[in-house]
Design a protein. Structure first.
Length: 398
């Protein structure tokens, strides 16, 4: 067979384009009323579903949005209480520690005792010293009474002596006056030679004797008065003894102060609860030696608790004292507690940090600060315990 190539039967201009080959027109069906109603129903269902979805979204998000506008929500709050750390005020060995963590205690109940034997002995010694000083005082008072009685007797005797000396002086003065008168008469009669010279000499001697007797009586008065002054000087011994008694009183007062201090020390060795509470933790055991300042235990009053929360500074302006708050506790998610804002902090918590955060490099990153807020809450059956995490919703709507 001859396989020679044959020229094409079509010329170049006569090439047929298959794409340009006309196609038969498609037949477009007009929608029937049933199809039209179906389309409208589907559109309505979609519209209703969209509206329902929007309504549900608004219904479920509206409370959340309103809460964000009218409430301040805090999720880092904690239950707080006054945790009282009981420390030893004296040195000694702990003899008893009758409580452990979790025990409930009443006011006045003994929490711990510290050995008091040495203090008791010191108290006995101080009491003995006071008794000895009081004995010395009694001896001095007895001596004082004796001196007082002796001085009184001597005073009476001295006054009597003065009285007697004054009487003798008066008698001597009278005798002197009589001797003087007789001398004058004898002298006059002797001058007229009525009496002899011997009689004149006798009268002169009697006058001289009377004068000496008067001087002696006057000296007796001075002697009696001097004796009175000596007795008065003896009376000063009473004052000296009184000062000695006063000195012993000062010693007794000093010892009494020491006794009072030892009694306080003795009382401090028996540590009692200041209020009804519950023991949180103990740090020593019976038999251990403690010194002043050693912590023995911690306890708190379970009826006096509150909530401590830290509010962002951007929300702090919304919070007011007296604002109500709803509290939920992580430990009791199904319960709710009611509270009230009772105190607003005066400084951000960063101001109380142990390690400050200076900015020496100049690269500053603003961090939202937090300020403390205290919220009161009523204890219910002892459920709220210090340290529990709680969530707080504070109503800030005016």
């Amino acid at each position: 067979m001859n396989m020679e190539a044959r020229p094409s039967q079509f010329t170049k201009g006569e090439d047929l384009d298959v794409a340009e080959t006309p196609k038969p027109a498609e037949t477009i069906d007009e929608p029937t009323p049933e199809k039209r109603k179906g389309r409208q129903g589907r559109r309505m269902v979609r519209t209703v579903a969209l509206v329902a979805a929007l309504g549900a979204a608004v219904y479920f998000t509206y409370p959340w949005l309103m809460a964000r506008w009218t409430h301040v929500f805090l999720d880092d709050a904690r239950v707080a209480a006054s945790m009282i750390a009981v420390s030893s005020e004296v040195s000694g060995r702990v003899t008893t520690l009758p409580v452990i963590a979790g025990d409930e205690v009443l006011r006045g109940q003994v929490l711990a005792t510290i050995d008091a034997a040495s203090v008791s002995q010191e108290l006995k010694g101080l009491h003995a010293q006071v008794a000895g000083i009081r004995s010395q005082q009694n001896q001095l008072r007895a001596q004082q009474d004796l001196v007082r009685a002796q001085v009184a007797s001597k005073l009476d005797a001295a006054r009597s002596q003065i009285t007697a000396a004054e009487a003798a002086h008066a008698a001597a003065e009278a005798a002197l006056d009589n001797a003087q008168s007789q001398f004058e008469r004898v002298k006059s009669l002797a001058g007229r030679n009525v009496l002899s010279a011997q009689q004149l000499d006798d009268a002169t001697a009697r006058l001289a004797a009377a004068r000496q007797q008067a001087r002696s009586a006057a000296a007796g008065i001075e002697t009696a008065r001097a004796n009175l002054e000596v007795v008065k000087a003896d009376k000063a011994q009473i004052d000296v003894l009184e000062r000695q008694i006063a000195t012993l009183d000062a010693q007794i007062e000093a010892l009494t102060a020491q006794i009072a201090q030892k009694r306080i020390d003795l009382e401090r060795r028996e540590i009692r609860a200041e209020f009804d509470g519950v023991i949180d933790s103990t740090f020593v055991d019976a038999g251990e030696y403690v010194s002043p300042g050693t912590r023995l235990l911690i306890y708190h009053d379970p009826d006096k608790v509150w909530i401590d929360a830290n509010v962002k500074e951007t929300d702090f302006r919304k919070v007011r004292v007296g604002a109500p708050a709803r509290i939920t506790v992580d430990a009791y998610p199904d319960g709710e507690f009611q509270g009230e804002v009772v105190r607003l902090g005066e400084a951000a918590t960063s101001q109380f940090a142990l390690l400050p955060s200076p900015n020496p490099s100049g690269n500053f990153t603003k961090v939202t600060q937090r300020l403390p807020v205290r919220i009161s809450v009523d204890q219910q059956y002892g459920l709220l315990r210090p340290g529990m995490m709680v969530e707080v919703n504070i109503d800030v709507a005016d």
